[in-house]
Design a protein around this ligand. Sequence first.
Ligand code: AMP
Ligand code: MG
Length: 406
Amino acid sequence: MIPTHPPLLTVSEALKRLLAAVDPITATETIDTLHANGRILAIAQSSLIDVPPLDNTQMDGYAVRAADCQSGAADLPVCQRIPAGTIGTPLLPGTAARIFTGASIPAGADAVVMQEQCEFDAASNRVTVRHAPKSGAWIRRAGEDIAAGSIILAAGTRLRGQELGLAASVGLASLPVLRRPRVAVFFTGDELTMPGEALKPGSIYNSNRYTLRGLLEAAGCMITDLGIVPDTLEATRASLRRAAQGNDCIITSGGVSVGDEDHIKPAVQAEGRLDLWQIAVKPGKPLAFGRVGEALFLGLPGNPVSSFVTFLLFVRPLLLRLQGVAQVTPRSYAVRADFDWLKPDRRQEYLRARLNAAGGLELFANQGSGVLTSTVWGDGLIENPPATPIQRGDMVRFLPFAELMS
Ligand code: AMP
Ligand code: MG
């Protein structure tokens, strides 16, 4: 039998080809750690200090020598008071120091007894320690979290609140980060109308503009938005030329099929280089990929769910690789299906699904590629291999949106 169509590319093969074309950004800038949220660290960072810098107490209580308290009823004079932020003086044998959480352990002390286990007598300024502590009790050791000289953050790390906190905990006031990717977007389709305008018969709102911009912002991109472009070859070509100026990447929506009103293919061929791929994926079969000038070009299908899914599967990894991130494929989890899906597609499917309280997955009833409601209802996508029926109780591969949008 002679095949009438070229074979469809698998998702992983298409992704491999996309990533191979990416030249990661190398330009860096140094910015205030306070403003580095979402940025990609350009150079590994190490600590010049121990964290915590000194041994300190985890509890309010009394710093003692453990050996002085083994009777379980030691009666000791309280010779000093050490609040957090002070150092105190060396602890003499047979004495105790009142101490507060975070304060440094005085030299000579080797344990803290929490105040609930002590009785303080104000008149005599003595404490009865009703506990026999082990040496080291309730003491956080210097360098226990981070030892001076150790690497705290690897190059290529995306900085979130916790990474910024870690950098700040060793005193880093600024960080070297990669410049943000510059991405141009436009939206093809004569039927498109902007929210705020009245819908004419036959028109629809340009929802992809909002979906894609939201996803691009979450991926740390600087966006040049050229808006809606009419379905003509000339307008599409002119927009491509503008989009290529000074941008790393051009993302478009719609017009990637081969109908009379689909001008992306000839326009990219005229202005640059194009591969139009038929990918074995549902939703989202047609995906255009190429280059216009220095910019990578990615043409997503117009159907709102196809646009959303192909962004997550192809654009996001490409943007991460552009920023030098090594691990660009999302983590996925084996989760139990609490539904039947007995008529799978021959293409690999990405089904919108939600986690239920029993730890299983439920499927959105309408898996149509225009049904944007499914993307809001769902917690993520089930990656279902080609022609694989799912029966209630089967384990399936689940990609949570949380893994696909950071
Ligand atoms: P196309 O890929 O241009 O053939 O469009 C496929 C379907 O997606 C059509 O029903 C379009 O009306 C719809 N569509 C295209 N662009 C958008 C957009 N920006 N927002 C919402 N729907 C769109
Ligand atoms: Mg169209």
